[in-house]
Ligand binder design. Structure first.
Ligand SMILES: [Zn+2]
Length: 272
């Protein structure tokens, strides 16, 4: 993949400059969006060809979930928990997990709920919009950590899943009976304050921001890279398209997909 130069939207000079900045950064803030999971076969929600062109976003309204948990769960199961269509992490997720292990990343914040950073081995991920790889009881707040495939197997047997009869094969005895909800932020819900605080702290402390595959349209998450820039940090963006970030923040724009961009950058870094 090396040496294609400007043909694919990232020149060798731009990549080298970006790799040097990443290598020299002391407090790297990485911000990822749907684009990083695209090459895992995950459909994006917004924009052309996105999920919301053929599905009603209302299925992820918290009010609908509360009034009709079983119907909502049926739709949610079809969207996220079909065993045959569960996405796997790709090389872009794996590069970021490796960089974390090498001590290159101070803060990784994702807008994605797919859990693929964790699945790839990243340990410290701020899941700004929560994750579908957890369930939470709407009544008592108890959390049930499970992989998407475990949840898929469970909700194939039990719908809606309930606190006290979950997981189906070995239920916790003292559950309250409340309906379990995927622990991501539904429309109509606020950002979890812990995730918000951690993301803000990471952005405030950063000297460099690497944006991967985010269109920059979903707030308040999309406001985070601007904080890095305001504090004098540099912006590097990996995205095949010109985004709101490209227009408003500038910096280095590597106009390639997440897998190509991150693997090429990784190859240019001095090993640690
Ligand atoms: Zn409960």
């Amino acid at each position: 993949m090396m040496g294609k130069g400007g043909l694919d939207g990232a020149t060798d000079a731009e990549l080298l400059r970006a790799a040097r900045l990443i290598g020299d950064s002391r407090r790297l803030f990485v911000f990822t969006g749907a684009g990083i999971s695209k090459e895992s076969g995950l459909p994006v929600f917004r924009g052309e060809g996105g999920l919301w062109e053929r599905m009603d976003p209302g299925i992820l309204e918290i009010s609908r979930f509360t009034s009709d948990p079983e119907g909502s769960w049926r739709a949610i199961r079809g969207l996220f928990y079909e065993a045959s269509t569960l996405p796997e992490p790709n090389a872009a997720h794996r590069v970021l997990a490796k960089w974390e292990a090498e001590g290159r990343i101070a803060s990784l914040v994702t807008q994605n709920i797919d859990g693929l950073h964790r699945a790839a081995g990243s340990r410290r991920v701020v899941e700004f919009h929560g994750s579908l790889a957890d369930l939470v009881c709407g009544r008592c707040g108890r959390r049930f950590r499970a992989s998407p495939s475990e949840i898929a197997a469970g909700v194939a047997l039990q719908l809606p899943p309930r606190c006290g009869s979950w997981p189906p094969e070995a239920p916790v005895a003292d559950g309250c009976g409340g309906v379990l909800k995927p622990d991501f932020v539904f429309f109509g819900e606020g950002i979890p304050s812990e995730a918000y605080g951690a993301a803000l702290a990471g952005a405030e402390a950063a000297d460099l921001c690497l944006i991967v595959g985010s269109a920059g349209v979903v707030y308040p998450a999309a406001g985070l890279p601007a904080i890095v820039k305001k504090n004098g940090g540099t912006i590097i963006e990996i995205d095949p398209s010109v985004t709101e970030f490209t227009k408003s923040l500038g910096g280095i724009h590597l106009a390639v997909g997440a897998v190509e961009g991150l693997t090429r950058l990784d190859a240019l870094l001095t090993p640690r």
